[in-house]
Write a protein that binds this ligand. Structure first.
Ligand SMILES: NC(=O)c1ccc[n+]([C@@H]2O[C@H](COP(=O)([O-])OP(=O)(O)OC[C@H]3O[C@@H](n4cnc5c(N)ncnc54)[C@H](O)[C@@H]3O)[C@@H](O)[C@H]2O)c1
Length: 374
């Protein structure tokens, strides 16, 4: 198969969909890989590294789209890319269709095959191509929170781990899923006094078994959150209710009960945020203050660490990309239920129910559509 990897052109996006190592795997299997020149630079991969494994470099994004049967990307195509997409061209990338109608309509119009990273799903309902970014954001949440607790950054001037003779910082993590678990691990590793909260008691039991002694577990309730945040130095918001906006677990009136210079890190900002005072911020201006409490609410946290994020993402996407390249998308999706769940649009037909429902579009049964393409 001919695979094309364009340079990401969305603002501040430095990741790339395929590393030289990943390209080598595909080339070894007889596929041809075309990468747009400098596509890997933001993640630390030079054109020469791609060339060395047999990648063909192309100078422009137009040529990259024009030659490829499968386009591998990180972010959804932006408007300037829409006309470059060809009929029946396979696009393997994040789309998040339900949140943006113009993109959905454009992909229907271009009659492309859209396989979305975010809806590839395992039998246990986990989302293998979202997990790596949650892992990155979770670990980063503690790192960023610790930074903004420093006095020159606006925080209350407390060292997360304390020192002998001085108590460590108190960290509350609300949500014990992927993000919360990773944030907790890093905070605990830095010596903080950590409490992780979830509404799922089974999950709290698991966390209690695996976390070190400086991590306590607690049921998430309004009462418990209200009490715990009073003397907290850092609170990480990491809840997710699939398909719904995040609930506001810390309301504006609760901020006045908190320590001045404490830091709130709302990782759930991309789902509306789990603190009432959350507003999305960017890496250029990541924090703002409300009632003396610092808020860090960056919606694309992994974007700040493109090297790690690119490797984490491509570790997860490559096995699927290999199946798509080896078998073609129809057979790969028929053989693998996980990949099949990733199909959102097939040559103008919406085959993912939530996307059709989001915009009142006709939903086409995926099995029938696949059969028609057999
Ligand atoms: N800002 C970013 O850059 C970035 C990056 C990755 C993920 N995220 C976001 O981080 C959030 C968490 O993602 P995840 O992968 O950890 O999800 P997850 O599904 O693994 O975990 C969510 C957890 O929240 C718990 N929960 C639900 N309601 C709760 C409540 N009221 N109180 C306490 N816990 C509650 C659930 O039981 C679950 O354990 C999501 O909103 C996701 O979109 C943001």
């Amino acid at each position: 198969m001919i695979i094309g990897v364009p340079k990401e052109i969305k603002n501040n996006e430095n990741r790339v969909a395929l590393t030289p190592g990943g390209a080598k795997e595909l080339i070894k299997r007889g596929h041809q890989v075309y990468v747009q020149s400098t596509a890997g630079i933001g993640s630390g991969f030079s054109d020469d590294e791609y060339k060395a494994v047999g990648v063909n470099l192309l100078p422009t994004i137009e040529e990259t789209y024009a030659i490829a049967e499968m386009i591998m990307k990180v972010k959804e195509p932006i408007e300037a890319e829409y006309p470059l997409i060809k009929e029946n061209q396979l696009l393997f990338t994040y789309f998040h269709f339900a949140s943006y109608e113009p993109l959905t309509m454009a992909m229907i119009e271009q009659k492309s095959i859209c396989l979305a990273y975010e809806t590839v799903e395992k039998v246990d309902r986990s989302l293998p191509l979202l997990i790596p970014m949650s892992e990155v954001a979770g670990r980063m949440a503690t790192q960023e929170g610790a930074k903004f607790l420093e006095k020159p950054m606006g925080g209350r001037g407390i060292l997360l781990g304390g020192v002998p003779g001085v108590k460590p910082a108190k960290v509350i993590v609300i949500g014990g899923g992927i993000v919360g678990t990773q944030a907790t691990k890093i905070a605990a590793g830095m010596g903080a006094d950590v409490t992780i909260m979830d509404i799922d008691l089974y999950r709290l039991r698991q966390l209690d078994d695996i976390m070190p002694a400086n991590v306590k577990t607690m049921v998430s309730s309004e009462h418990n959150i209200r009490e715990e945040i009073k003397d907290a130095d850092m609170v990480v918001g990491a809840v997710l209710i699939p398909g719904a906006k995040a609930p506001h677990l810390i309301t504006k009136d609760m901020l006045s009960t908190m320590r001045k210079g404490a830091v709130l890190v709302d990782v759930a900002v991309d789902q509306g945020g789990c603190f009432e005072t959350t507003k999305p911020t960017t890496h250029a201006e990541p924090v703002f203050e409300v009632d003396g409490v610092m808020h860090y609410c960056v919606a694309n946290m992994p974007g700040a660490v493109p090297y790690t994020s690119t490797l984490a993402l491509t570790n997860a996407t490559l096995p699927y990309a290999i199946q798509l390249a080896d078998k073609g998308w129809e057979k790969a999706c028929r053989d693998n239920e996980e990949l099949k769940k990733g199909l959102n649009i097939i040559s103008g037909d919406v085959v993912y129910k939530a996307v059709a429902d989001a915009f009142g579009l006709e939903y086409k049964d995926i099995e029938e559509t696949l059969l028609a393409n057999a």
